[in-house]
Design a binder for this molecule. Structure first.
Ligand code: ZN
Length: 213
């Protein structure tokens, strides 16, 4: 479990900011982990603000809401740049659903916030429904001081899951709306589903056979 580095005894002008990334598939508890860290910052009497892209309309407009419905007040922003003004007086900045922000802009904003001494905690999907790296997330993980990958449980076999498997036929990258259009799957069950829906045969067993010779 992530433990906050302690810099509270340093004089303010010596304190440095940093970036934390929390990534994983849908149903992996990313938002719950973001909320856990932000709650601890509240307890530490730090000034906290939370932003999310305005385009994420899945739940209540003004709140960051996790799947277990623990809500923290958050502010929808049209672009990543808006976070700079929003976070001007904050010591800790939470950003949810970061994969939906413009790639280049969110990187610059996170760096700028951290460079001015703020702790930036960013949560987002690391892969899209095709299992490809999602938007800004790979770059954010590269520039972050701390990266935490959280895992869901595969609803098919019960192993650890890191893929968001889409249950509906749409091929659009962003399919907003509905968490019930997805399920968490492990690598094996994700590929099984992909290949069943594309009509191709699954090749994994062939590899297993050739490996046993
Ligand atoms: Zn599985």
């Amino acid at each position: 479990m992530f433990i906050e580095p302690s810099r509270r005894r340093e004089p303010p002008h010596l304190r440095t900011g940093w970036i934390e990334v929390i990534c994983g598939s849908m149903f992996s508890g990313k938002t719950e982990e973001l909320i856990r860290r932000l709650n601890r910052a509240f307890i530490a009497k730090l000034k906290v603000c939370i932003a999310k892209p305005a385009l994420d309309t899945r739940y209540h407009e003004q709140n960051i809401v996790s799947h277990d419905s623990t809500a923290i007040q958050s502010i929808p922003v049209q672009s990543a740049r808006d976070i700079l003004a929003l976070a001007a007086d904050s010591e800790v900045v939470g950003i949810d659903e970061a994969q939906f922000f413009d790639d280049k802009e969110i990187l610059e904003v996170c760096n700028q916030l951290a460079n001015t001494g703020k702790r930036v905690i960013v949560a987002g999907l690391d892969m899209d429904f095709e299992g490809k790296p999602f938007g800004c997330m790979p770059q954010l993980m590269a520039i972050a001081e701390y990266v935490t990958k959280v895992h869901a449980i595969c609803v098919v076999c019960g192993d650890l899951a890191n893929y968001s498997y889409r249950l509906v036929p749409s091929r659009e990258k962003v399919l907003l709306g509905e968490t019930d259009s997805y399920e968490a799957r492990c690598r094996r069950c994700f590929r099984l589903g992909e290949q069943a829906s594309s009509g191709k045969e699954w090749v994994y067993e062939d590899h297993e056979k050739s490996g046993s010779h």
